[in-house]
Write a protein that binds this ligand. Structure first.
Ligand SMILES: *Cc1c(COP(=O)(O)O)cnc(C)c1O
Length: 223
């Protein structure tokens, strides 16, 4: 049993180009299982809820070289806590949130790495910018100088075929390319956070630089 997590991680890594960063999504996962993932080489953990993450960050404080990634929707009243706990925020999903994060990061002298969460297809069940909204907000995002905006994050709508999934990932990459070609001086677009257990091979094929994998590493979540 103990080696199962290590085996799964090795199996995923085998399929990844070396530059793709594997983020182990540890929501609802025990710190014991996370330590096994650490022993197998994982240094990046992703959590969707601040409160759950806070406890784990404290319990894993003896592991000095971890990077924590926030992947879930952030309520504005938790922005300060998020900035204090996470080095990466993948789920920056509105201009309002970006401005708030920028203001608080400035006050705290922090410079978090940020991805902008975008919805390529309409999906009322998810947060994030639509493509036209995002393109319209870039000038204001460029002014968020405390944020190291590094790229885009996307979550696919449910129920897409593999072909449709691949197309959405490709369109995400093309959007990042388009923004990069606008030559903003502060906004960067080299990262693409996309791909989960069910679709990460397609995301990697389309150019993902960070994949967010939970169940394929840790097994089905029980809750
Ligand atoms: C839960 C979650 C993941 C991981 O999903 P798995 O299916 O367990 O791989 C990735 N990204 C986000 C935003 C999530 O909420």
């Amino acid at each position: 049993m103990t080696d199962l997590i290590a085996e799964r991680i090795a199996n995923i890594r085998q399929q990844l180009p070396t530059q793709v960063r594997l983020i182990a999504i540890s929501k609802q996962v025990s710190v014991e299982a996370m330590r096994e993932a650490y022993a197998a080489g994982v240094r990046d953990f992703g959590e969707s809820r601040i409160q759950e993450a806070e406890g784990k960050i404290a319990q894993l404080r003896d592991l000095p070289d971890l990077t924590w990634h926030l992947i879930g929707h952030l309520q504005s009243n938790k922005a300060k806590k998020a900035l204090e706990k996470f080095q990466w925020i993948h789920s920056c999903d509105s201009l309002e949130l970006a401005l708030r994060l920028n203001r608080i990061a400035t006050e705290l002298s922090l410079s978090p790495k940020v991805c902008l969460q975008v919805k390529i297809l309409p999906d009322p069940s998810k947060y994030g910018w639509s493509v036209p909204q995002l393109l319209g907000d870039l000038a204001e995002l460029e002014q968020c100088q405390a944020l190291q905006i590094r790229g885009l994050m996307t979550i696919l709508p449910l129920g897409l075929s593999p072909e449709e999934s691949f197309e959405v990932f490709e369109r995400t990459r093309e959007l990042a390319d388009k923004i990069r070609q606008q030559n903003w001086s502060h906004l960067q677009m080299q990262e693409l956070s996309m791909g989960m257990s069910s679709d990460y091979p397609l995301a990697v094929q389309a150019g993902a630089t960070m994949i967010r994998v939970g169940r394929t590493i840790f097994g089905e979540r029980t809750a």
